[in-house]
Design a protein around this ligand. Structure first.
Ligand SMILES: Nc1ncnc2c1ncn2[C@@H]1O[C@H](COP(=O)(O)OP(=O)(O)OP(=O)(O)O)[C@@H](O)[C@H]1O
Length: 233
């Protein structure tokens, strides 16, 4: 479970807060999609949960532990997928996964590594090819497989489907739905209103550091969500 309590971040004393008193809870099995224009504070929110940033005030909690006070313990519950996953181009997908899994403390057999790549949607014929020849969507799938390795209780995603084609994006949504059904709490920053509606259980709309709307996704059509978004930002 993931919780923000009056979470605030001001990058400079004379600047307005990039995030202002955010209150948010993402329970196991929920997918909370954060929408908002460029600069609204979505990445700042994710970076506070990751412990990459210290809050100016308020708290980011993961499974009841404050990230600022328990940076190592909270990271054990987390997996993170950024917009662009940084991997080694000369290694294959399989070798990249093996390397990052071992960095995270997991020793997996080739069969286990392959089944994680398949679960992430990467076709078997690509597993042994150098990653330098992969498309963005294929690299993103290796990133997903790395995140799956940790069997994390909380998944943080920052525009993970940006640049993916509709089929890859759809497969990604299906995977998120499966993970949430297994009890993972998911927070995803995105610009994709349609996917948010498809995959999200809750939709939050941010404007200038404030979470101005929180909506249950089931109550809305994608068109209604788009109309609310356009009125809000
Ligand atoms: N390291 C930083 N130093 C100073 N200001 C920053 C820093 N990072 C972000 N900001 C500012 O904080 C505000 C929120 O930025 P943030 O990256 O969280 O927005 P975002 O909603 O993720 O935007 P995008 O959709 O473009 O990714 C912006 O005004 C941005 O300029």
């Amino acid at each position: 479970m993931l919780q923000a309590i009056n979470l605030t971040k001001q990058y400079a004393p004379d600047a307005p807060p990039a995030l202002d008193s955010l209150n948010l809870t993402v329970a196991p099995g929920e997918i909370f999609c954060l929408l908002g224009q460029n600069g609204a504070g979505k990445t700042t929110t994710i970076n506070l949960f990751l412990g990459f940033l210290q809050p100016t005030s308020g708290q980011a909690l993961i499974n009841g532990l404050t990230v600022a006070e328990h940076p190592q313990e909270t990271k054990k519950f987390l997996a993170y997928l950024p917009e662009t996953v940084l991997l080694y181009p000369n290694l294959s997908g399989l070798e990249n996964l093996d390397f990052f899994a071992s960095l995270a403390g997991f020793t997996l057999s080739t069969d286990e590594l392959r089944s994680l790549l398949v679960r992430a949607g990467l076709q078997a014929e690509a597993h042994k090819r150098p990653l330098g020849g992969y498309s963005k969507g294929m690299r993103q799938k290796v990133g997903i497989a790395i995140a799956l390795t940790k069997q994390a209780k909380v998944l943080l995603l920052d525009e993970p489907t940006s640049g993916l084609d509709p089929k890859a994006s759809n497969e990604f949504s299906e995977l998120l739905t499966q993970l949430s059904a297994d009890g993972t709490a998911i927070l995803m920053a995105t610009h994709d209103i349609f996917r948010s509606k498809e995959v999200g259980t809750h939709i939050g709309i941010m404007r200038a550091g404030h979470l101005v709307e929180t909506l249950p996704a089931a109550d809305l059509t994608a068109n209604e969500l788009e109309a609310i978004y356009l009125q809000t930002v």
